[in-house]
Design a protein around this ligand. Structure first.
Ligand SMILES: *[C@@H]1O[C@H](CO)[C@@H](O)[C@H](O)[C@H]1NC(C)=O
Ligand SMILES: *[C@@H]1O[C@H](CO)[C@@H](O)[C@H](O)[C@H]1NC(C)=O
Ligand SMILES: *[C@@H]1O[C@H](CO)[C@@H](O)[C@H](O)[C@H]1NC(C)=O
Ligand SMILES: *[C@@H]1O[C@H](CO)[C@@H](O)[C@H](O)[C@H]1NC(C)=O
Ligand SMILES: *[C@@H]1O[C@H](CO)[C@@H](O)[C@H](O)[C@H]1NC(C)=O
Ligand SMILES: *[C@@H]1O[C@H](CO)[C@@H](O)[C@H](O)[C@H]1NC(C)=O
Ligand SMILES: *[C@@H]1O[C@H](CO)[C@@H](O)[C@H](O)[C@H]1NC(C)=O
Length: 538
């Protein structure tokens, strides 16, 4: 009886996949786009790494089936699946420039969802999707999942969760509760891995800045090194051109500015020791992803003006529903905040509020785009929104659809331009059925192909006869030929100038196996109010 139930649910999932004939191994997330992209969204692709918020059991499986880093177009069409390429558990997937080169990077490692941290390394790939660097933390420590951020031509900041024993009785702990997380960040030379700067929270921030007390069910109860009290919880680090840093300290509900020479604290924004008087709606809590924005300063703004952005969760709670949930606002939001360090005032420049009253207990990001638009990624709610600079919604999507979409989460989400030139060969298959032979091609990660040209291979010496060509409009491209069996086919990828980028392997056509009739089919992309994906210019 049990076995039957498992088999049935596996079958259902298999039927839900089968999106690409040329890549039957891919079962990508289907974006549930509830507000299709307006004309004035910023140019570029979406960079996300969705994962299942609930653990799979023998009886219940959760989406996405293939958690990993993905590049999508705005209509949900796939550019690149990094599933199985970036392995283990992957998050904080982005494009960046390293020494003038375009690269991709992602955290890869172990994920401890209960305590909200992870241990691993940062993997950097080039435009050919080949690994060019694996960066580990310095000083015999392990990189945490939250941050990797390139802050100069060849340096990046990362962070570390370091459990250390301390006497915590002054903060309400018993004598057995001795473990606390020293929240550390490091700046590293990306090429050599050399440690250039290290800052540790316990040298500068006392445990009384914690908003959450040391208590079972809260951020660690201190009984052992695996259960250390996460009193500060850094989840982002940025550096400005003066050489100073800001850190987002989730469990202090505060952003701290840190002197890059001596590590001292220059100011605190919010939390219970704020240096600033907060204007209307500035206050935030359990926030993520604080970034400097000197480019937003106007000409009249002097050195005493600083502008930052962040993602304000305004919510805390364990994902599995254990422990108490804390809310400090009706929804989460993206925020741009202007600081005056003469008047010591903080005012809200713009707030970005969610279309569906989303409030995420964990994760999240706010990306300011070159054209003034803003992308807010709703962390544990598995959704992403693009706004114009006034806060009007231009695009909204959930990370997966239907029963697979339940509980999908995405730590951070971005829009970047990206040119992908895969080293791997394109994939090709030719399938015969009663109506004819259809050839399917795809090339994971390719952004350059505009047209696919198909040839029949004739004779023993490999002569070629042109069969036709098809404009490339999405991940997979096909050409249907009149019924004829025994074809050997090859295809060429042509770029915008008509140059051949790559030729596929030769394939023999084979009889097509069709999806079972009456099976639960989820073919195609799901765009509300739209049957077929619109063709988007690459
Ligand atoms: C900080 O805030 C927490 C929660 O509101 C409170 O328990 C703690 O006493 C505060 N600490 C200080 C130094 O004000
Ligand atoms: C650490 O402490 C927690 C909370 O008391 C407990 O559940 C866990 O089993 C302990 N782990 C180890 C390795 O002792
Ligand atoms: C940072 O620290 C250095 C060395 O102590 C000091 O000279 C400098 O004024 C400090 N910067 C700020 C912005 O406080
Ligand atoms: C503050 O938030 C409230 C509720 O969302 C809103 O009505 C009000 O306009 C906001 N004020 C400012 C200055 O943004
Ligand atoms: C910053 O505050 C000072 C002191 O109140 C004030 O003179 C100055 O105009 C403020 N700067 C801006 C850009 O508002
Ligand atoms: C898409 O998301 C909306 C909003 O959460 C939900 O109502 C709808 O059922 C979802 N559609 C699918 C196919 O998952
Ligand atoms: C992508 O490139 C275009 C053209 O240069 C530019 O206008 C746009 O701002 C870029 N998008 C992003 C996300 O950087």
């Amino acid at each position: 009886m049990k076995r039957f139930i498992v088999a049935a649910s596996v079958l259902q999932l298999a039927a839900a996949d089968w999106q690409y004939k040329s890549r039957t191994d891919l079962a990508i997330p289907r974006l549930n786009i509830t507000i299709p992209a307006a004309d004035n969204v910023e140019q570029g692709f979406l960079f996300v790494a969705p994962f299942a918020g609930y653990p799979d059991t023998a009886f219940e499986q959760h989406g996405p089936r293939q958690a990993g880093p993905y590049i999508f177009r705005d209509n949900g069409d796939l550019i690149w699946s990094g599933y199985g390429i970036y392995s283990i558990w992957s998050t904080n997937f982005q494009a960046a420039k390293w020494k003038g080169r375009d690269v991709l990077f992602s955290f890869e490692g172990d994920h401890n969802a209960g305590y909200g941290h992870g241990h691993g390394h940062t993997t950097i790939m080039d435009q050919h999707y080949e690994t060019v660097r694996e960066l580990r933390a310095g000083n015999h420590k392990l990189t945490d999942k939250h941050e990797f951020h390139v802050v100069s031509d060849n340096t990046a900041v990362i962070q570390v969760y370091q459990p250390v024993p301390r006497d915590l009785t002054a903060y309400g702990a018993s004598e057995e509760q001795q473990w606390i997380v020293n929240a550390i960040f490091q700046e590293l030379d990306i090429t050599t891995g050399e440690l250039l700067f290290e800052w540790a929270s316990l040298d500068h921030v006392a445990p009384d800045e914690a908003i959450l007390p040391i208590n079972p069910g809260q951020a660690g109860s201190g009984y052992n090194s695996s259960d250390a009290w996460d009193y500060f919880h850094i989840n982002s680090v940025d550096k400005n051109s003066d050489g100073d840093y800001i850190v987002s300290a989730r469990d202090a509900c505060s952003v701290h500015k840190i002197n890059g020479s001596d590590g001292s604290i220059i100011w605190r924004l919010d939390g219970n020791k704020s240096s600033f008087k907060l204007g209307e709606n500035v206050t935030f809590c359990f926030q993520h992803h604080a970034r400097f924005h000197p480019e937003l300063k106007s000409e009249d703004d002097g050195d005493d003006i600083e502008i930052i952005s962040l993602y304000d969760n305004s919510a805390h709670g364990t994902e599995d529903g254990r422990g108490t949930e804390v809310h400090t606002a009706p929804t989460s939001s993206g925020k741009i905040i202007k600081l005056n360090t003469t008047a010591w005032t903080a005012e809200l420049v713009q707030g970005f509020y969610p279309p569906d009253d989303l409030r995420s207990k964990s994760q999240g990001s706010t990306q300011l785009l070159p054209n003034g638009n803003v992308i807010v990624n709703w962390g544990s709610e598995g959704a992403l929104t693009e706004y114009d600079s006034e806060g009007n919604v231009l695009f909204h999507t959930y990370m997966d659809s239907g029963y697979l979409g339940l509980g999908v989460e995405n730590y951070r989400g971005f829009r970047y331009n990206w040119t992908g030139l895969p080293n791997e060969e394109p994939s090709i298959v030719a399938l015969e059925n009663d109506d004819g032979t259809t050839v399917y091609v795809s090339w994971n990660g390719d952004t350059e192909t505009r047209v696919w040209r198909f040839y029949a291979v004739t004779g023993r010496f490999g002569g070629k006869t042109l069969l036709g060509e098809t404009k490339r409009t999405s991940f997979e491209t096909s050409l249907t030929l009149p019924k004829q069996s025994g074809l050997t086919i090859v295809a060429e990828a042509l770029d915008v100038k008509g140059n051949v980028l790559r030729t596929t392997a030769k394939v023999n056509s084979e009889r097509e196996v069709l999806p079972a009739k009456g099976g639960k089919k989820h073919g195609g992309l799901l765009v509300q109010g739209q049957q077929k994906p619109a063709w988007m210019e690459l």
